[in-house]
Design a protein around this ligand. Structure first.
Ligand SMILES: [Zn+2]
Length: 117
């Protein structure tokens, strides 16, 4: 015979084995919900402002361009990549990286202009 207990969270009557021990008032199903953790993670991500999220996406795009550029040595890919990452690091206010991206941008623009001659 299984005794049923009422869970204090979901209010449903559940058998004993669904509780961790005899003094628990919350059933195990209510104690651990994987999607609650997922939601919590999403909420933490939502703390970024809209601009920061935009910058993050464009930053990943820029990194893609830079990776492609390093394999093809195409100045246009480098220029596009540096501009995208420049937007991200300026939103994040990481000025040392802004300097680095600006330097790369200027250098590759010069390479590109020289290759046109
Ligand atoms: Zn419950």
């Amino acid at each position: 015979m299984t005794k049923k207990r009422k869970c204090n969270v979901c209010g449903q009557k559940r058998p004993d084995w669904m509780y961790k021990h005899s003094k628990k008032k919350t059933c195990q199903q209510c104690e651990f919900k994987w999607y609650q953790r997922l939601l919590r993670l999403l909420v933490q991500n939502r703390k970024l402002t809209r601009w920061e999220r935009f910058g993050m996406r464009i930053g990943y795009m820029g990194v893609g361009f830079l990776i492609a550029g390093q394999w093809t040595v195409n100045p246009l890919l480098f220029i596009a990549g540096f501009i995208c990452v420049l937007i991200q690091v300026s939103i994040r206010r990481q000025w040392n990286l802004v300097i680095l991206q600006l330097n790369g941008l200027i250098a590759w623009t010069i390479h590109f202009l020289e290759s046109l001659k």
